[in-house]
Design a protein around this ligand. Structure first.
Ligand SMILES: *Cc1c(COP(=O)(O)O)cnc(C)c1O
Length: 232
């Protein structure tokens, strides 16, 4: 990547966005896919207002956030001026935050248990607003990680749709950090196909091109767009 000016050795956010978009397009072409079939969700967690201003100026309108309250702070005041904004919750959701999540997000990617499906259905009724949902699958069966286990996924998908009346768009996963991601991406794709689901949210800064080869429709990219996050 080229520096933004002789004074700065670091690429600007606009340059990073252009590079990621170009790489997404190249990965689509290499895989024989239409680039229009892949949505870039910019993961804006922890980012300061200046960074948000900079990425909005590039036309980016789809964002991923992993905490409800933090997202409210970042986006509530901007919503009125950004009619095309799409906010996607990509972090774990507690049932007592379901109503706030339903009020703010367009898509909740992390439905992983029946209790949460019930809370979302009640919240949707109360707020008269129905975000679309993805089911998060713990493809690596990691004990510390959120997501429903693969063997319980079909039942949760059916319950979310039929018992709770939620609009299930697709599936999401975060593969184990210490394994090649492709088998996890392939598992997610097969599971979606089997359940008639079209959205696959998979791939982050380190592996979004691999995810596109495996069929991702949504990639969630933070670091490659904004640079390293400040640790809280
Ligand atoms: C933070 C986060 C990302 C983005 O990770 P990067 O490696 O910074 O691109 C993607 N998905 C989820 C669920 C995250 O929490």
């Amino acid at each position: 990547m080229s520096p933004s000016s002789p004074a700065s050795p670091f690429p600007s956010i606009a340059e990073r966005v252009a590079e990621v978009r170009a790489r997404i397009e190249a990965a689509c072409r290499a895989a024989g896919r239409d680039p229009a079939g892949v949505t870039l969700a910019a993961v804006s967690k922890t980012q300061p207002p200046e960074a948000i201003d900079a990425i909005l100026a590039t036309g980016q309108r789809v964002f991923g956030e992993n905490r409800v309250q933090e997202a409210q702070g970042r986006w509530a005041d901007r919503l009125a001026d950004l009619p095309g904004l799409e906010l996607r919750l990509i972090g774990p959701l507690q049932t007592n935050k379901a109503e706030d999540a339903v009020a703010l997000f367009n898509v909740i990617e992390t439905l992983d248990r029946e209790k949460l499906a019930r809370a979302l259905a009640l919240a949707a009724q109360k707020r008269d607003r129905s975000p679309r949902v993805l089911i998060q699958i713990n493809t690596g069966a990691e004990p510390q990680k959120a997501g429903v286990l693969p063997q319980a996924a079909d039942a949760l998908i059916a319950a979310a749709r039929e018992t709770y009346g939620l609009t299930v768009d697709g599936l999401m996963c975060i593969p184990p950090a210490d394994q090649p991601p492709e088998p996890h991406f392939a598992l997610l794709r097969d599971m979606a196909e089997r359940n008639g689901l079209s959205v696959l949210s998979m791939g982050m800064s380190g592996d979004y091109e691999a995810a596109i080869r495996c069929g991702a429709t949504h990639v969630r990219v933070g670091t490659a767009l904004f640079g390293e996050r400040n640790r809280p």
